[in-house]
Design a protein around this ligand. Structure first.
Ligand code: HEC
Length: 463
């Protein structure tokens, strides 16, 4: 015992652990902290889990276009605990986005962004978008058709930026189109660049929390006045403050550990997202279904009239970021209690309902291709002619069926083609298929002459 103590004294004296950490743990915080304060630390718990599972995944993952898909198959189906590991990384990401969103809404509703915590809000907003960026870049690393095409859509969005668009898109993808270099790039964004920025901002964010103190629970009628607030806060702490550990921190620990356990259970029960097919440039996929947290954004753009889409795709996100960053400058004093800020509550409710509705719409996604479509049944082909049957097979193999309905099979993104021969002549059909246009991909470079003829013969038999 005595020797152990001696060893500890030596370590503590030379390393300075107690000196560094005890003020952090014992610093005074306002009394009456509530369960609503746990979401920030829960986000941090998720981040740590993401780092641990991410590093573990990187031991087996191969970031090259030739091997990425295979290495993920290996991780998922063969490696010990690989399946659970991928599941944890996936649900950890989802959980982190949920936690950071709730944290942000809580801070907004209780106006904790007001004086003197403006910088905490601003760094928080950046952290929110960095978190989304992690989810987005991670999705491409799956290197299946969904992940790859989601990134193509994003690159197209970037490409529409005025002046620097082309350059930004090239920077994102490492080329004019998605290719092997894009994967190396996204790997570096996901593993080095964005995490480095996240660590920096998380460190800063936490430092600010210590420096400016945790916001006290708001009280109706108690106003924030930048002239007197700091002094009032210090006096309040001296008077009624409680040490952070363990009196306020136990909730964070309980909730954080609960969050991690939930993630592990979800990973075991549901497993990681199924890999869709390997990316194949011949399978045009103009509207992939991204992971759920991107779904609302996708829905929004899918629902927008095509004419304003090009502007909104740029203006929308910029405006959102600007408004969020401007918030603490627009209102940095006065009432904090949500009861006295009904518009804030109303606004948050609107945003939540809006995002949620878009999400539900995105789930049904009448505008996106149905990748689960099965090859046309003989009952729907209604012919024994070999050319027609070859055309019908191509209609499925080239992805037409994802967007077009033939009788009761197929997607509804494009028009129903069950009776297309009544509307279009052979020549018009060829023109439509080769040139595409209006959400119909151009198939000119994808179908060869023979295939094109077969598809058209098939479609001409649909009367
Ligand atoms: C990503 C979804 C998608 C895919 C895949 C797709 N199409 Fe289309 N297609 C559309 C949309 C959307 C339209 C309507 C375009 C418009 O606004 O005019 C369309 C229009 C058409 C039309 C004209 C229909 C009309 O009523 O005027 C034909 C013919 C057609 N597609 C055939 C094909 C064939 C053949 C394939 C496969 C080689 C195919 N499409 C693949 C989305 C798709």
């Amino acid at each position: 015992m005595k020797t152990l103590k001696k060893i500890w004294y030596w370590i503590d004296d030379r390393s300075g652990f107690t000196e560094i950490f005890s003020p952090l743990l014992k610093h005074l915080v306002p009394p009456g902290a509530k369960w609503s304060y746990v979401f920030g630390s829960a986000t941090l718990f998720c981040l740590v889990l993401q780092v641990v599972t991410g590093v573990a995944l990187s031991l087996l993952y191969q970031p090259s276009s030739a091997e990425a898909y295979q290495s993920l198959q290996f991780i998922t189906h063969r490696a010990a605990f690989g399946n659970i590991l991928r599941g944890m990384h996936y649900f950890g990401a989802s959980m982190m986005i949920i936690m950071v969103s709730i944290h942000m809404i809580r801070v907004y509703l209780t106006a904790a962004y007001k004086y003197p915590r403006e910088m905490a809000w601003i760094s928080g907003v950046l952290l929110f978008f960095l978190t989304i960026a992690m989810g987005f870049t991670g999705q491409l690393l799956r290197w299946d058709s969904n992940g790859v095409w989601s990134s193509v859509v994003a690159a197209e969005q970037l490409g529409r930026l005025p002046f620097i668009g082309k350059f930004a898109a090239r920077l994102l993808l490492g080329g004019n189109t998605i290719n092997g270099h894009s994967l190396s790039r996204f790997y570096s964004y996901h593993v080095f660049i964005i995490p480095a920025i996240i660590f920096l901002f998380v460190g800063y964010h936490l430092m600010l929390v210590i420096r400016n103190g945790i916001s006290e629970p708001p009280k109706v009628g108690r106003l924030v006045d930048p002239k007197t607030y700091r002094k009032w806060y210090q006096d309040m702490l001296k008077d009624k403050g409680i040490p952070f550990w363990p009196y306020a921190a136990w909730r964070d620990v309980v909730f954080g550990v609960g969050t991690i356990i939930t993630i592990i259970i979800l990973a075991i029960v549901f497993g990681p997202p199924e890999l869709t097919t390997p990316p194949n440039p011949a399978h045009l996929n103009t509207t992939p279904t991204p992971d759920w947290y991107m779904l609302s954004i996708f829905s929004l753009f899918a629902l927008m009239p095509a004419r304003i889409e090009s502007y909104m795709i740029i203006i929308g996100p910029m405006l959102t970021i600007l408004i969020l960053l401007a918030l603490p400058f627009v209102s940095n004093k006065g009432e904090r209690h949500p009861i006295r800020r009904p518009w804030a509550v109303f606004g948050s409710a609107c945003v939540i309902i809006f995002v949620f509705t878009l999400f539900l719409l995105g789930e049904k996604a009448p505008w996106s291709p149905r990748f689960e479509a099965k090859p046309l049944t003989t009952a729907n082909i209604q012919s024994s002619d070999t050319e027609i049957n070859a055309g019908a097979a191509l209609f499925y193999n080239k992805g037409c069926l994802y967007c077009h309905k033939i009788n009761n099979q197929g997607g509804i993104k494009g028009p129903d083609l069950s009776q297309i021969a009544q509307r279009l002549s052979k020549g018009d059909m060829i023109i439509r298929i080769v040139n595409g246009g209006g959400n119909m991909p151009a198939y000119g470079g994808i179908l060869n002459k023979k295939e094109l003829t077969e598809v058209v013969v098939f479609l001409q038999s649909r009367k």
